[in-house]
Design a protein around this ligand. Structure first.
Ligand code: ADP
Ligand code: MG
Length: 168
């Protein structure tokens, strides 16, 4: 298992982390964002979108389930918080979205549907830290596709590695 333990101290820092991840992602990638309401999942996605060159505003798709943005790659942004049954996963066309080789798919609360997701994914878990604006963030590489990019990912997230952690 490979996990990077990170910390940010502002919403802008979390956006910058998302922007840094844009330098590592490729078409067909899946990012699962976990963590409580207000932890910063949407903020991280905003930064990722900025890094991908998305120009329109990225907002939470809580009620619309899925948003699509165009940048260097397409960005499919889902929030499955309100999903009640696997039927909704089909309704939103999740598997078609995941098959889009020119897109990165981000699923907020995706850990809730992990068993339905492909074997290769990046799981980013955000948790509240000590101060109001502190967030403890773990980035876990799941599957061979991501393991092969461990070094590149480590370089991208290096500015936010938590002191006292060896990074993995
Ligand atoms: P989620 O999508 O996880 O519900 P949001 O990104 O919508 O969370 O909201 C995060 C909230 O927390 C925003 O109001 C943001 O300004 C605030 N915030 C404060 N510090 C941070 C931080 N370090 N990272 C991300 N958000 C932060
Ligand atoms: Mg959100």
């Amino acid at each position: 298992m490979s996990t990077f333990a990170l910390r940010t101290d502002s919403v802008d820092a979390t956006r910058s982390l998302g922007e840094a991840l844009a330098g590592v992602v490729r078409g067909g990638d899946l990012l699962v964002l976990a963590g409580d309401l207000g932890a910063g999942k949407t903020a991280l996605t905003q930064g990722l979108g900025r890094g991908l060159g998305v120009e329109d505003a990225i907002t939470s798709p809580t009620f619309t389930l899925a948003h699509q943005h165009q940048g260097r790659l397409r960005l499919h942004h889902l929030d499955v918080y309100r999903f009640e049954a696997s039927a909704e996963i089909l309704d939103v066309g999740l598997f078609e979205l995941l098959d889009d080789a020119d897109a990165v798919t981000v699923i907020e609360w995706g850990d809730a549907i992990m068993s339905a997701l492909p074997a290769d994914l990046l799981e980013v878990r955000l948790e509240l830290g000590d101060g109001d604006d502190d967030r403890e963030i773990s980035v876990r590489l799941v599957g061979d596709g991501w393991s092969a990019r461990r070094r590149a990912l480590g370089e991208a997230v290096a500015p936010w590695v938590r002191q006292g952690s060896d990074g993995c």
